[in-house]
Design a protein. Structure first.
Length: 391
C-alpha cells in the first residue's frame, strides 16, 4: 500500500531545508527571521499583560475609595479619614487628655444611602429560664396533725369505747358505791384510694428536664388537696373516707358578742373538758385572716400570731394552725388529733409512669399517675370540736 504525503512545511522551513543542499548564508538568514518573529510575539504578550495590570489596579483603587465618598470640592479628590484626623483641632486636646473622645465629620459621607439598624432588624435571643413556675404546694397538711402508721391490710378494725357514769364519794360506809359503764363497739375503716393522673408525651419528658419535676410536684399537691378534703369532709359513703368533720362534736360554748379569737379559745376549753389536749386548729385562709385582723374598739390589733416552726405554721392561743381550702371560709376545727384519730398508710403517695392506656404506646404518650391508699380511724370524736364563726 502506497501512502502519499502532502508537503505542509512553511516556506521558511522549505528554504532552510534547501540550504542543506545550498549555501550557509541562506541558513543564517532563516534563523534571523525566526528570531524576529518570536521577539514580536513576546512584545505583544508583554503589552497585553501591562494593559491587564493597569485595568486591575484601577478596579482595586475604586474598591478602596468606596469607603470614602468624594467631597463637594472642585477638585473632586477622595478624602482619606486619616488626613482628616491629623488636620483636626481636637487632636492635640486628645493627646493631652483634655478630652476623652474625638468626633470628626467626613464630607460627602452619604448616611442616607445606608439602612438604619434598629431593634426590629436585629434579633437578640432571650435567656431561657429552665425552671417552670406555677402553683405552689402548701407547707403543711391535715395529715401532719395525725399519728400515721403503715399497714398491709385492706381495712382497719378497731374498738371504739364509750364510758357512762362518774366516780363519787361514798358518803356512808356500807352505801352502794358509784358505778360506771364501759361499752365498746367494733368499727371498720376501709382502705381507700386517692389518685390523680395526667397524660404527657414521651418527647416532652425527654426534651424538658424540668418538666418531669414540675409534673411530679403538681400531681403530689393535687393529691394532698384531695387527701385533706377526704380526711376532713369525707362522707364515709361509697368509696369515701369517713372524715373527722363528719363525726366530730359540735361547738356548744358560744357566748353572745364573741369574736373569732374568743370562739377558738372557748373551743380549746371544750376539748380540755372532754379530757383532751388541743394539738391543732384547722381553718380556712379567710378564717385565719379574720383572726389576724381582729381589732379592739380603738382600732388596735388584739394580739399578734407568732411562727412556731420552720414550716411557717402560725400559732393561735399556743395551738398550731393548719390552713387548708378544704374548710369553709368561716369553719373551724379544734382537737386533740393525736388521740382522736389514726391515719394508716397502705400505700404512700407514689408517682407511676406507664404506656398501658388506650393507644398511648403507639402514640408515644405516657400516663403519669399519682396515687395513695389510706385508711382513717376516728376513735375519740368527742375531742374533735367543729364549729362556725358567727358574725
Amino acid at each position: 500500500m502506497n501512502t502519499q504525503y502532502t508537503n505542509t512545511t512553511t516556506p521558511l522551513l522549505t528554504k532552510s531545508y534547501g540550504d542543506q543542499h545550498g549555501g550557509a548564508s541562506d541558513v543564517a538568514q532563516a534563523i534571523t527571521e525566526l528570531t524576529k518573529s518570536a521577539n514580536a510575539r513576546i512584545d505583544a504578550t508583554a503589552a497585553e499583560l501591562k494593559e491587564f495590570k493597569e485595568a486591575t489596579n484601577a478596579q482595586i483603587m475604586d474598591l478602596e475609595q468606596k469607603g470614602v465618598r468624594r467631597p463637594a470640592g472642585d477638585d473632586g479628590a477622595a478624602v482619606a479619614v486619616s488626613s482628616l484626623v491629623l488636620k483636626s483641632n481636637g487632636l492635640s486636646m486628645l493627646r493631652d487628655s483634655s478630652v476623652k473622645n474625638l468626633r470628626i465629620s467626613v464630607p460627602g459621607f452619604e448616611l442616607g444611602q445606608k439602612a438604619t439598624i434598629t431593634s426590629n432588624r436585629v434579633h437578640v435571643n432571650g435567656k431561657r429560664e429552665t425552671e417552670i413556675f406555677g402553683s405552689m404546694g402548701r407547707r403543711i397538711a391535715v395529715r401532719d396533725l395525725l399519728i400515721t402508721r403503715p399497714t398491709k391490710a385492706a381495712s382497719i378494725e378497731y374498738l371504739k369505747g364509750n364510758r357512762t357514769g362518774t366516780a363519787a364519794i361514798q358518803v356512808v360506809e356500807g352505801d352502794e358505791k358509784s358505778q360506771i359503764d364501759l361499752s365498746t363497739s367494733l368499727e371498720t375503716a376501709p382502705v381507700r384510694t386517692i389518685a390523680v393522673w395526667i397524660p404527657a408525651s414521651r418527647q416532652a419528658l425527654d426534651d424538658e428536664v424540668m418538666l418531669a419535676d414540675y409534673i411530679d410536684t403538681e400531681l403530689r399537691d393535687a393529691l394532698q388537696l384531695a387527701e385533706d378534703a377526704q380526711l376532713l369532709k369525707g362522707s364515709g359513703t361509697g368509696a369515701n373516707i369517713m372524715g373527722m368533720w363528719t363525726v366530730a362534736t359540735g361547738y356548744i360554748r358560744h357566748v353572745t358578742g364573741d369574736k373569732p379569737s374568743d370562739t377558738l379559745r372557748r373551743a380549746i376549753t371544750q376539748v380540755q373538758l372532754a379530757r383532751g389536749v388541743a394539738t391543732g386548729i384547722v381553718i380556712n385562709p379567710i378564717g385565719l385572716e379574720m383572726l389576724e385582723l381582729d381589732k379592739d374598739g380603738e382600732g388596735r390589733y388584739q394580739f399578734s400570731y407568732t411562727v412556731t416552726d420552720d414550716n411557717g405554721r402560725a400559732s393561735v392561743w399556743r395551738v398550731p394552725v393548719v390552713v387548708t381550702d378544704a374548710m369553709g371560709p368561716t369553719e373551724f376545727m379544734v382537737g386533740d388529733f393525736s388521740r382522736a384519730a389514726r391515719l394508716y398508710d397502705r400505700q404512700q403517695a407514689t408517682i407511676e409512669i406507664a404506656t398501658q392506656h388506650q393507644d398511648y404506646f403507639t402514640r408515644n404518650l405516657l400516663a403519669i399517675l399519682a396515687e395513695e391508699r389510706v385508711a382513717l380511724a376516728v376513735m375519740r370524736p368527742e375531742v374533735l370540736i367543729k364549729g362556725v364563726f358567727t358574725a
